[in-house]
Design a protein around this ligand. Structure first.
Ligand SMILES: Nc1ncnc2c1ncn2[C@@H]1O[C@H](COP(=O)(O)OP(=O)(O)OP(=O)(O)O)[C@@H](O)[C@H]1O
Ligand SMILES: [Mg+2]
Length: 243
């Protein structure tokens, strides 16, 4: 497995947010991490990317233990984290936002410009927005830019935290299709989503977190068909998707 998380515990001060979760992500897969508000999805990504430390348990990437590494080291090893809330730089242009995504790589200027161009072929709409400042982009455009910037790190594993949040249904579809394409092009994806129905359509497998524990897991098709999943997590999403 490219990513192996074992018995992971994470704390915010005295509060234990993850009580020992285990999950695997294989090379080339899209694996989704689902669950309600506060379940521990973002915390899981933050521990993997080194933003917060492991309190117990292990995270290993390509056979290498990530515990104790800082975020810069984790990025340099090939794990890019696109956090919740599209944190792009509002005062910088689209192009400069993208260039900053390559910071951890020590690539030459020419190499970075080549990679910007390559990333823009995956996000054609961003090409027309190259010179625009971040804050002037729409929500969907900012989300695309955040993902594109993550790709500028040339990751083997991309951690995406709720890329569909707050976007209109058509834009969400576009974002999901782009994520599927990124995976087809060879980047492994761990996708955090509250919209289980959407995520299960592009993921091969999924884990459902409930208050810091894995409550359900399995392949996406099985989860989509499962009564337990339907009752607890898919009900409203299915109605919205069919509306
Ligand atoms: N900085 C923090 N300090 C203290 N507690 C926190 C902090 N961040 C998260 N928590 C707590 O940890 C738990 C897990 O939070 P987390 O953000 O991982 O949930 P989530 O599944 O990403 O939720 P959401 O869908 O709302 O983004 C929650 O109980 C939350 O209140
Ligand atoms: Mg979250």
């Amino acid at each position: 497995m490219l990513l192996e998380v074992r018995d992971l515990v994470a704390r915010y001060g005295a509060v234990e947010a993850l009580h020992g979760i285990s999950l695997d992500v294989g090379e080339g897969e899209i694996v989704s991490l689902l669950g309600a508000n506060g379940a521990g999805k973002s915390t899981t990504l933050k521990v993997i990317s080194g933003v917060i430390p492991t309190a117990a348990g292990t995270v290993s990437f390509d056979g290498r233990a990530l515990g104790g590494l800082n975020p810069e080291d984790v990025v340099a090893l090939g794990v890019a984290h696109v956090p919740e809330g599209r944190r792009i730089f509002p005062g910088l242009t689209t192009l400069d936002n993208l260039r900053l995504g390559a910071t951890a790589r020590r690539a030459s200027r020419a190499e970075i410009e080549r990679d910007v161009d390559e990333v823009l072929t995956i996000f054609p709409k961003l090409r027309g927005l190259s010179g625009k400042l971040g804050w002037t982009l729409s929500g969907g455009e900012q989300q695309m830019l955040a993902i594109a910037r993550g790709l500028m790190a040339k990751p083997r594993l991309l951690l995406l935290d709720e890329p569909s949040l707050g976007l209109a249904p058509l834009v969400v579809k576009d974002v999901m299709e782009t994520i599927a394409r990124i995976a087809r092009d060879g980047t492994t994806v761990l996708l955090v989503e509250q919209n289980a129905h959407l995520a299960l359509q592009i993921a091969s497998r999924a884990y459902v977190l409930e208050t810091g524990r894995v409550a359900l897991s399995g392949d996406a098709a099985t989860l989509l068909a499962s009564e337990e999943m339907r009752a607890a997590y898919l009900g409203s999403a299915v109605r919205v998707a069919q509306a």
